[in-house]
Design a protein around this ligand. Structure first.
Ligand code: F6R
Length: 606
């Protein structure tokens, strides 16, 4: 989604804005622009396309020179990607950059048109800019407050007023924004990596708080205009964590970071060999009280929830319902104060997941979030939070975040099972030890990517693909399929292996690739029977299974054999070849692996 940056200080502003924007490219965008105070006049430069296109334009037109400015990468919602629709928007008096959606922009636009304003873009943002201009009578904070009273929806805004050429104003609601400070310089940004090359010190801007930045520092005001003090935070990762570190792509680097990410996530939550989630108040006693568990999330995070469901239900025998957040919100779910709703989100800012959390709270359920980004909205709004410690995930396609989400679900499942007396302490310790061994097994798998590279070379010209599996393998197939389609652009479906013959098998034609995941040994023979059904119809079968399993030579064209661990934990290791297959296929197709088309990293619109 859109990225916002802003700078005021003694450095050359255009340079800082471009550097910072380039660190937000991973969020996904289709145009970019900046506004800079040049000789006390607000000047903008913007362009459809990538930051490189903006830079090319600057080379023709000349760079804006100044020490105070705002910048933006736009992920189009209202109006196609174009120079005109790119941010910043406004006029000579007030100029803004915006992330989010102004839901009532049409009404505001009609009002402003009646007042004589003329609009040039199709964006909702331009209405907010012109409304600010309309309300502005010399006091920026008063004008911002008037605008906040009128606009509905989500927003993070970076604002410049002509009369204050050495200041940036910022405000947000339901879209993230941080305010960072260095030596005689201040910044705004959608995310910490944007400013890490300049400073690690930052503030989290809360709902409807207003920040006023100049080179000497920042002042904050609440929504009534009263000054407030805020806690200065320090980023717990550095530039290196946000750089590729020798890997060709962030996705590959992040796949390789998975063993460390799992260790960092689980180690502090294991004491005396037992899972311990008390850091967030999740005691065994509390865990015993829930009648139902709901897992609500989007995309890959929801797929992690599906694995969580299988594992919790299997060993703890507590019913778990998994919902896509955008469906959960509107299906009027039956929730009580005896229910636990688990929200899963890497970014902690996904709009639908955040709203699902608010719905769960309104209905009296306990809420627990599994979140990667510290201090994000979902983490702050939920009753309990278990942070995953994956470090920044830059690639749009989520890999290490999924992995650590799984690891937290295992700890939750073991804890609930033990709390309910469904497993003994001995069995619980055995499972925890298996989980602790998973990072070593992933390291082993990562040493030999050749079979995944080979599979990618077989898939590269395919138009369609099927992933099949049963039980946990079906949950995993969904993630494998999503990973492949989002970065390779090959159409793929995941299907419950036993369900194929009820319709979908008619799609299977000669040479169509089918990736069968068969890591659950009690279901192995059943899945292999389904594999034979597609093989008999000409499918090219890739089978992912345990090393210890013997596969008939006529069952699969290619077998990816994985070290044998407890079946329950196999999703954590079996997902690695699926991630690698997607990665190498995307590379072979010449795609932009880390920034796939049309996608955004942090989905802050509904
Ligand atoms: C796919 C992917 C997305 C996200 C989804 C939720 O690789 O990354 O499907 O999982 O947009 O995002 P978060 O986890 O930030 O809520």
């Amino acid at each position: 989604m859109c990225g916002i940056v802003g700078y005021v200080g003694s450095r050359e502003c255009t340079e800082v804005l471009l550097n910072s924007l380039s660190k937000l490219e991973y969020r996904g965008y289709d145009s970019a622009g900046i506004a800079v105070f040049e000789n006390n006049v607000i000047k903008t430069q913007k362009s459809k396309g990538k930051i490189a296109d903006l830079i090319a334009k600057m080379e023709n037109e000349g760079r804006l020179e100044g020490h105070c400015g705002i910048g933006h990468t736009r992920w189009a919602t209202h109006g196609e990607p174009s120079d005109i629709n790119s941010h910043p928007h406004g006029n000579a008096n007030v100029t803004i950059v915006h992330n989010g959606i102004i839901e009532n922009y049409k009404k505001i636009k009609e009002f402003l048109e009646r007042k004589g304003y003329v609009f040039e873009s199709q964006t909702d943002t331009e209405t907010a800019a012109k409304l600010l201009d309309y309300f502005y009578e010399g006091n920026p904070i008063a004008a911002i407050q008037r605008v906040l009273d009128e606009i509905e929806g989500s927003y993070a805004l970076g604002i410049m007023f002509k009369d204050y050429p050495d200041r940036i104003y910022a405000v947000r609601k339901d879209s993230p924004l941080i305010v960072a400070v260095g030596d005689n310089e201040s910044f705004i940004a959608s995310d910490v990596p944007a400013v890490l090359q300049y400073t690690k010190k930052y503030y989290l801007l809360e709902q409807d708080e207003i920040a006023v930045l100049d080179k000497n520092g920042v002042e904050f005001y609440d929504d009534h205009g009263a000054p407030i003090k805020k806690e200065l935070l320090t980023a717990d990762f550095d530039m290196e964590a946000a750089e590729k570190g020798g890997f060709a792509h962030f996705m590959l680097k992040e796949i390789h970071e998975q063993p460390t990410a799992v260790r960092t996530t689980i180690t502090p939550r294991i004491s005396d060999g037992m899972p311990n989630l008390e850091e967030c108040g999740m005691t065994y006693e509390r865990l015993k009280n829930y009648n139902n568990i709901f897992v609500v999330a989007c995309g890959t995070a929801m797929h992690a929830g599906l694995v969580g469901k299988y594992v919790i239900e299997k060993i703890a025998r507590v019913p778990v319902t998994v919902d896509v957040a955008s469906e959960f919100r509107y299906r009027d779910p039956i929730l009580t104060d005896k229910d636990l709703v688990i929200l899963v989100s890497q970014s902690g800012e996904t709009a639908d997941t955040l709203e699902a959390l608010r719905l769960a709270k309104r209905n009296g359920a306990d809420t627990l979030s599994i979140v990667n980004v510290k201090g994000s909205s979902i983490a702050r709004d939920s009753d309990m939070v278990l942070y995953t410690h994956a470090g920044p995930e830059i690639s749009v396609a989520s890999t290490k975040a999924y992995m650590v989400q799984l690891s937290v679900f295992y700890l939750i499942a073991f804890s609930i099972a033990y709390a309910h007396g469904k497993i003994s302490m001995e069995e619980c310790k055995r499972l925890v030890a298996e989980l602790q061994n998973v990072p070593n097994v992933i390291e082993e798998i990562l040493k030999t990517p050749d079979s995944c590279q080979y599979v990618a070379s077989q898939l590269v010209n395919s138009e369609n693909l099927l992933y099949i599996g049963r039980g946990l393998d079906y949950a995993l197939s969904m993630e494998g399929s999503l990973k492949l389609k989002e970065i390779s652009y090959i159409h793929s479906e995941s299907y419950a292996a036993g369900e194929l013959k009820h319709g979908t098998i008619s799609l299977v034609t000669n040479g169509m690739p089918v990736i069968a995941v068969a890591t659950q040994r009690n279901l192995f023979d059943k899945t292999v029977s389904n594999v034979k059904e597609v093989k008999a119809r000409g499918a090219y079968v890739i089978l992912v299974t345990h090393k210890c399993k013997t596969v008939d030579s006529d069952a699969a064209d290619c077998v990816i054999s994985l070290p044998t661990i407890d079946d329950l934990l196999m999703p954590m290791t079996a997902v690695v070849p699926l991630q690698l297959i997607a990665y190498y296929t995307s590379v072979l197709r010449g795609n932009d692996v880390d920034k796939p088309r049309n996608l955004a990293k942090s989905v802050t619109v509904e």
